[in-house]
Design a protein around this ligand. Sequence first.
Ligand code: C2E
Ligand code: MG
Ligand code: MG
Ligand code: MG
Length: 277
Amino acid sequence: YSSKRLTTPYTLYDLTLENNAVEKVNISASLKRAVEQQEFELWYQPIIHLNDNSLYGVEALIRWPRADGSYTSPSVFIHIAEQTTLINQITDWVLQQVSKDIVYFESLGLALCIHINLSAKDLQDPKLIDKTSSLLNGNLTSQKIMFEITESAMMTNVEQAKMAMAQITATGGTFSIDDFGTGFSSLELLRDLPVKQIKIDRSFISNIHHKDADLAIVKSVIFLSQHLNCAVVAEGVEQIETVDLLKSLGCDLAQGYYYSRPIQITNFDSFIKKSVA
Ligand code: C2E
Ligand code: MG
Ligand code: MG
Ligand code: MG
């Protein structure tokens, strides 16, 4: 088997591609149904203040359950949805779900910042501002809303992004650059777009103890953020050593499995009780 594998790598490669293509068609078809039937769940992952370990907010992360109880990963289906207008319908559902869940977050008596991921196509959607402003004008009393956008989504059409972001900013929303460092990391974006926060991608955080280059990049992004008056979040924090190092570097916020995986809103209560105890 292994020698066959060595002599015909291209056959195996093609097969994978083919399977991926078939899988993609399958997912696209069931995704359409999932959107119509609202088969999604919205989970939340805590984001923590590094200085005092208090809860700063949560990131809303979509979940698509299968019949057997497992989940199709959003890193698979969001990418497929982004190739069609299904992504806009998914974002509509997320915004509506957050406006329902906010009632619960309000009831906790905490002032949280709720993060929502937006795609490039959302920034091109002329109805986006209406949809976000109905959320921003709705049930919000102590809760704030921040939208996460990747560098490449902002770059897709900078002028359009700038306009949409300015409109949303005027209605009380704020913006964070997601997965910072993995896109084009244009300093022009940081200068010209109304960004209040930078999220350093997990790929720089996970090797921060072993790779000098990653440490240098993280230090520089923290320094840059501070001088731009942006808050800075470390994504993918899994170990206490990383927490300590990030604290010593002056990083503001952290998110990752060390604190909590994304959880269902029904489990949030016990997360809070556990973390306060
Ligand atoms: P993202 O916005 O960068 O979200 C962070 C991802 O990192 C989440 O994956 C989260 O579960 C994962 N993560 C958090 N902490 C850790 C950690 O310590 N270790 C590791 N290994 N992973 C960690 P998830 O939920 O699978 O989402 C993947 C991506 O799918 C998101 O990346 C985002 O780009 C997209 N996505 C998820 N929900 C939505 C949504 O509602 N709308 C849109 N447009 N995109 C979404
Ligand atoms: Mg995100
Ligand atoms: Mg991210
Ligand atoms: Mg990501």
